[in-house]
Design a binder for this molecule. Sequence first.
Ligand SMILES: [Zn+2]
Length: 246
Amino acid sequence: MKNECSIVRDILPLYLENMVSDETETFVKEHLKDCPECTAELEALKAGSKIEKVSNEMRDSLEAEVMKCMKAVRKKFHKKAYRVAAVIAGIFIIVCVLLHFFPVYRMIDIGPMTMGNYYSGEQIAKAISIGSASDRREAQAVLRLADQAFHDVRHTSVENEEKYGLLARYATDTDSYGDTAFNEHSLELWSAHLGKDEGYIWVYYSSKTFNHDGSIAHGSRDIPSLWKVERNGSGEWVVVQIYEHP
Ligand SMILES: [Zn+2]
């Protein structure tokens, strides 16, 4: 091996990567023309770098493939989890809507003891659906009158009956309860089912009337109550019958 050969061999890796000056390049080219050994060395280097390049490419593509696979698995898992969550949310919403329009749980409040005993099956059936929105709106007028009766602690029983009709039972009579101070009550419209001239309203109420010394004069708690209503001459709904658990 000539002395020039050892210099060329040192340069060859750089020459292969085109990282030498034009001058050096010309020098290497000139030498390679007449030196089969160095030419063979260059070919060997080329082949080696090719293998490295190919293996690098293979590794990269393999990596990309693995990443793609993992991504797909993750995506699939997410999709499945989302689908399960969506189904659960959907069922939850449907149950909420059903319970809103058909609050069957109220059966418990009416009580298994009174079912088919005090209230008729038809009356109870009305309690498990809220009725139409317009019926409920119209029923509010009846509830407002009951609300007024509850607040009234200043009139005699005769005056209350005149003013509130059957709803007078919710007013506090000065003749029977004496000097009462104030009334606390809650009144909830359960459902309203109004026909052309008559209908039914289910309400739920609690009431407490207090004496001036803070003692309770009388009260009722959590009473489910069914009011039968009829239209009067001026088209207003009037309570004509009250069904209440004794
Ligand atoms: Zn050589």
